[in-house]
Design a protein around this ligand. Structure first.
Ligand SMILES: Nc1ncnc2c1ncn2[C@@H]1O[C@H](COP(=O)(O)OP(=O)(O)O)[C@@H](O)[C@H]1O
Ligand SMILES: [Mg+2]
Length: 347
């Protein structure tokens, strides 16, 4: 588990101090795919760089599996970092090395944890560099995993963006980490390639049990693979929770702005009493709206709808205006309640 406790980071600059993180509390459970979203400059990259102490926090603690990284010695920190892989928007591959050599690189520079038996039959933990043959087998296994077994001898310049990210993922997994940090890993990729990388990350989470932290400004990435999400706004956490909850009922202004920007925009236009309807798979939207007309004699105006039908169930949001007539508006609300529609007076 990763716990960030009262985490703070202040950069000094020519124009004075910049507060990049302010009193961040976050808990990331093992096995989850945790999304972190926010506008550019909100502090996302700084946050993720604090997790492996690439950036040293100014205050607070980074506790991983019970160990406070801000307190450990340099040598221990290097060991812990083997347990935390990282991938980036621009892949950061070594251009002079082949795909195979890129993936092998972490195995060349790190000493891996080993349990060995000494001559008295006692088990000891040692840290050793991986042997050549074992490293080769490991690299081939990783290239197989990311679907690039046939590109081992290629150089990064000969690969597409998606393939480069696959190499970066294989490299990040070389030391068999428990955690994988992804900083805008799909932001430089087209939608189809993004999907295939997300599919790979999902597989890595589900089959290898790697806990994945996904920094992104793309909401569909979060919807697609994350189980939890935290929203950062100007160095603080605005809200966090299960993706389904935060995406259905964003509370903070920033979360609404990020998650349902078009809804906010259209809801600001037009007059009258507005309601936001949230569909979480229980109802089908059309009968509700036509029901308001047919059963209650109320004509509602749909200002915004972004709903999708999955297996006959409806998910998404809708903004409607109720009639000015108070009696009618009341009947409308009652009808919605009786039909189990979740609605919010506040947009
Ligand atoms: N090394 C640095 N030195 C000074 N300021 C920095 C440094 N890194 C980031 N910042 C500042 O910290 C804030 C958060 O940056 P960052 O974490 O990169 O945001 P995000 O990843 O959400 O776009 C920004 O105001 C940025 O300019
Ligand atoms: Mg960033």
């Amino acid at each position: 588990m990763i716990e960030l406790i009262h985490l703070g980071k202040i950069f000094s600059s020519a124009n004075g101090p910049i507060v990049a993180l302010d009193d961040i509390d976050l808990r990331i459970e093992d096995g989850s795919v945790y999304g972190i979203i926010g506008l550019s400059g909100a502090g996302k990259s700084t946050l993720v760089r604090c997790i492996n102490l690439l950036e040293r926090p100014t205050s607070g603690q980074v506790v991983i599996d019970g160990e406070d990284l801000t307190k450990v010695k340099k040598s221990r920190l290097l060991q812990i970092r083997q347990n935390i892989g990282m991938i980036f928007q621009n892949f950061n591959l070594l251009e002079q090395r082949t795909v195979f050599e890129n993936v092998r690189f972490p195995l060349e520079i790190s000493r891996m944890r080993r349990e060995i038996r000494d001559k008295n039959g006692k088990t000891r933990t040692v840290f050793r560099r991986m042997g050549k043959e074992e490293a080769r087998a490991r690299v081939n296994e990783l290239l197989e995993l990311v679907g690039l077994a046939d590109r081992a001898r290629s150089y990064p310049s000969q690969l597409s963006g998606g393939q480069k990210q696959r190499v970066a993922i294989a490299r990040a997994l070389a030391t068999n980490p428990k955690y994988l940090l992804c900083d805008e890993a799909t932001s430089a990729l087209d939608p189809n390639t993004t999907n295939s990388i997300l599919e790979l990350l999902r597989r890595i989470n589900q089959t290898l049990g790697v806990t994945i932290i996904v920094i992104t400004h793309e909401m569909r990435v979060v919807e697609s693979i994350c189980s939890e999400v935290a929203v950062i706004d100007r160095s603080s956490i605005a809200e966090c929770g299960k993706v389904q909850d935060v995406f259905s009922f964003p509370q903070s202004e920033i979360a609404k702005e990020l998650i349902i920007p078009n809804l906010i925009r259209s809801a600001k236009s037009g007059s009258g009493t507005k309601l936001r309807l949230v569909f979480q798979g229980e109802n089908s939207d059309t009968p509700i709206i036509s029901g308001l007309a047919l059963d209650c004699g109320i004509a509602v105006n749909i200002l915004y709808a972004d709903t999708k039908n999955i297996d006959g169930k409806t998910f998404g949001h809708m903004v409607i205006t109720l009639p000015d007539d108070e009696g009618q508006a009341k009947r409308g609300r009652k009808y919605l309640s009786e039909h189990g529609v979740i609605f919010k007076e506040e947009i």
